[in-house]
Design a protein around this ligand. Structure first.
Ligand code: GTP
Ligand code: MN
Ligand code: MN
Length: 452
């Protein structure tokens, strides 16, 4: 019984997509440690070289699929993707209860500052390094007051800095569902058959997420075109948009046989999408529909998932009509946004211009009845929907392994748009996730099992 994990380790498959990886598992002390060193590698490694971070992530993934706790280093003999460095960390924790490297990381103030800056929307490792190492900044206030930081050209960054307090608060599952409903209701006024699905971490069973990923489609191929523009227009006229950028579809048939662009964070696709920040009533989470059990679970999970960051929850169950946005919010509506622009920021007439950081900070710190949340809206045509759903459900690691597996084992190219058989030189259609797994000759995995 003590070494039950040992028997399991030998049976773990090579590819993450061949395994069942639950959200919560038996070796969280070990995977948390590996995540810490992964994070350090991600922050410090230059030139978008993600290989070291990836190695730690893969090692953690292997541990996540074990159903028994590891109690000695012998237990992980034969477990795939455990490199020497990861093994040393695991060994030390098993023997001493802690890892010196992880302790060093926790006490590395410079690294912790960079990590904090990276939690700002629009800030990546190189910006975080510059702010800490070159500009010697330590807090958000420092950033706001720093004369050499003027995100005039990058509206996203200005909103990220100004609304950091809002955006660092994770979005709860209930809120995500309400946001889906709000978006769906607007879409229904345009076309009654449109579908909206919450994807990303929430679909994998997470109770909290850094954003809400909504996949929009239409059962009739082609009827999805033009919907996103109109949706954003409607949401904006209701005062629900703070800032966002529209990306046009760049998809063409020949892309099915080509690899999508690989970034350190994942693979980019060619769907039409809107990436931005929306405004929602603060009490979206607190509704009479939520059962007490749900709320207890939410609270429990919030503390578990967030650990350090404790949010005070309002326990009083007030009645909220989530489709009604307060009049104060309506007043702030920008009705005159330019169609030609792809950036939908509030107009200068009613709200500060997108580039003026100090004006945005004033708005963020003002008394307001809404909170800002990150939302991704993606449009997928019916013929690509099954692949898009797999791609946008994630996890990133699960997708990565699916793609590697398809390429190496089947000589097929998998993207969020489809699957292309390189030998027969033709695309393979799928109408459900189950079918995607079937074509790939893989056992079907529920979204909850894709948490690698
Ligand atoms: P949290 O939001 O932090 O809870 O985690 P998440 O798993 O939802 O991550 P995220 O919202 O970043 O991404 C959700 C899924 O969409 C992941 O599987 C990503 O691979 C995928 N994804 C995110 N951005 C892009 C993108 O630009 N292109 C493609 N193809 N996929 C993306
Ligand atoms: Mn997400
Ligand atoms: Mn996202």
């Amino acid at each position: 019984e003590l070494h039950a994990a040992k028997e399991e380790s030998k049976l773990v498959s090579k590819y993450e997509c061949q395994r069942s990886t639950p959200l919560h598992h038996q070796n969280e002390n070990l995977t948390d440690a590996l995540s810490a060193v992964e994070e350090e590698a991600e922050i410090l490694d230059r030139k978008e070289d993600y290989s070291r971070a990836l190695a730690f992530c893969k090692a953690a993934c292997s541990l996540k699929c074990l159903t028994k706790p590891v109690s000695s280093i012998q237990d992980i003999k034969g477990l795939p993707n455990i490199g020497d460095h990861s093994r040393d960390i695991i060994k030390e924790i098993l023997e001493n209860g802690f890892s010196r490297e992880v302790e060093r990381i926790k006490n590395d103030h410079s690294l912790q500052k960079k990590k904090m800056f990276m939690s700002i929307y629009g800030v990546g490792p190189s910006t975080a390094r510059k702010w800490v190492d070159v500009l010697q900044l330590a807090t958000i206030e420092d950033v706001i007051n720093c004369p050499s930081i003027n995100p005039r050209k990058e509206a996203r960054l200005a909103y990220g800095i100004a609304f950091h307090e809002d955006l660092k608060q994770q979005v709860g599952r209930t809120t995500a569902m309400r946001i889906r409903d709000i978006v769906h209701n607007e879409l229904k006024t345009l076309d009654g058959e449109v579908t909206v699905e919450v994807t990303g971490g929430f679909r994998r069973g997470k109770q909290f997420g850094h954003d809400v990923d909504l996949l929009i489609s239409h059962p009739v191929e082609g009827r999805e075109t033009g919907l996103l523009q109109k949706l954003i227009h409607r949401l904006n006229s209701k005062g629900l948009i703070l800032h966002g950028v529209m990306e046009e579809s760049t998809f063409s048939e020949e892309m099915l046989s080509k690899s999508s662009k690989l970034t350190p964070k994942g693979q980019l696709d060619h769907f039409e999408k809107w990436i931005g920040i929306m405004k929602f009533p603060k009490n979206l989470e607190t509704t009479p529909q939520d059962s007490v059990r749900d709320r207890k679970e939410t609270i429990k999970d919030e503390f578990k998932e967030e650990g350090k960051k404790r949010i005070k929850l309002d326990h009083s169950l007030t009645v909220t009509d989530h489709n009604h946005i307060g009049s104060g919010l309506q007043e702030q509506i920008n009705k005159s946004f330019q169609k030609s622009s792809t950036s939908y920021s509030p107009s200068p007439a009613s709200l500060p211009s997108s580039s003026d950081l100090s004006e945005l900070v004033k708005l963020a710190q003002s008394e307001r009845e809404w909170r800002a949340s990150r939302v991704d809206l993606i449009i997928a045509p019916a013929s690509q929907y099954a692949y898009a759903l797999v791609g946008w459900t994630g996890s990133k690691m699960f997708n990565r392994s699916l793609r590697l597996y398809a390429q190496r084992e089947l000589d097929m190219k998998l993207t969020s748009h489809g699957l292309f058989d390189m030998k027969q030189r033709k695309p393979i259609q799928a109408s459900s996730e189950q079918e995607v797994f079937e074509i790939l000759k893989l056992q079907y995995r529920d979204p909850e099992e894709r948490n690698c």
